[in-house]
Design a protein around this ligand. Structure first.
Ligand SMILES: N[C@@H](CCC(=O)N[C@@H](CS)C(=O)NCC(=O)O)C(=O)O
Length: 270
């Protein structure tokens, strides 16, 4: 598979922007190899490869070409492949919807990390799912330093989380209205607009198909904060799309290390 395109997708397992691109590639049937990175240790390689003074994932590489930032990756793919999820007749509207959901991605992360950081073992277990032994050891030792830096960088504090909650709420209400007129966000077919909205809201909707967001401990410890939207038709729409259009997450990776099941230190209650 990989020989056909030589595409490598750098991701972080919990990253919803990564999930957007992964879903797009999977749905379009574009072969790629996924390279999951360990948070904190991802920063230097992404900074060097991306050349945008950014440390973010996802980043897509083909030979010496590296494309960082998910909307730029979409544009790059659209120039090389006829994407059925981005038909030319409605690409402006689709990309505009992608933009509005990209804009709340950081709010979603901020909103979930606040409760998540109260459960250090869970965060460390998720962060090290794909780590080599030395990377996992590094995270164990450096976590007390990484956590405050991360909190500062992402503004994980009560004030900014309250602002994030309002921003998310606005988009959820927008989505609730939008889906009243049809199952898909643009026209009567599944598109990148649906992928972007569903992927960026997936950490709140917790679809069972997603190995992280659907994990019982993720739901219990992190997504619990999203309880006020649990029965929102918008989040139900996300779950429905995962059930009908997502397929197997990480199908390109072959054997995936177990997450959390082997973590006896994480209490499941309280
Ligand atoms: N605009 C970027 C945002 C990506 C982003 O914020 N990614 C997060 C993970 S969800 C990340 O890489 N955070 C770590 C960092 O900023 O170094 C995109 O669309 O790709």
């Amino acid at each position: 598979m990989t020989e056909q395109t030589g595409l490598v997708l750098y991701t972080i397992n919990m990253s919803h922007y990564s999930e957007k691109i992964r879903w797009l590639l999977d749905y379009e049937g574009i072969a790629y190899r996924e390279a999951p990175l360990t948070p904190a240790l991802h920063a230097l390689p992404m900074l060097i490869k991306g050349r945008l003074w950014q440390t973010t994932v996802p980043l897509l590489q083909q030979g010496s070409v590296c494309v960082q930032d998910s909307p730029r990756i979409v544009n790059w793919l659209a120039r090389r492949y006829a994407l059925r999820t981005l038909p030319p007749e409605s690409d402006i509207e689709i990309l505009a919807i992608q933009k509005r959901f990209d804009a709340i991605g950081k709010a979603v992360a901020r909103f979930l990390y606040l409760p998540g950081f109260a459960h250090g073992e869970l965060i460390r277990a998720i962060w090290t799912q794909f780590s080599s032994p030395w990377e996992a050891r590094f995270i164990q030792l450096a976590y007390p330093l990484i956590k405050p830096v991360f909190s500062l960088k992402l503004d994980i504090n009560e004030k900014h989380v309250a602002i994030a909650e309002q921003a998310i709420d606005l988009e959820i209400r927008w989505l609730e209205q939008r889906i009243l007129s049809g199952r898909y966000l643009v026209g009567n077919r599944f598109s990148l607009a649906d992928i972007a909205a569903a992927a960026l809201l997936a950490p709140l909707a917790c679809p069972v198909q997603h190995p992280i967001y659907g994990h019982p401990l993720f739901r219990e410890k992190m997504a619990i904060a999203a309880g006020k939207w649990e029965h929102s038709p918008a989040l139900q729409w996300v779950r429905d799309l995962y059930a009908s259009h997502r397929g197997v997450v990480w199908q390109s990776m072959g054997e995936v290390p177990a997450l959390l099941d082997a973590q006896p230190g994480i209490p499941s209650g309280g």
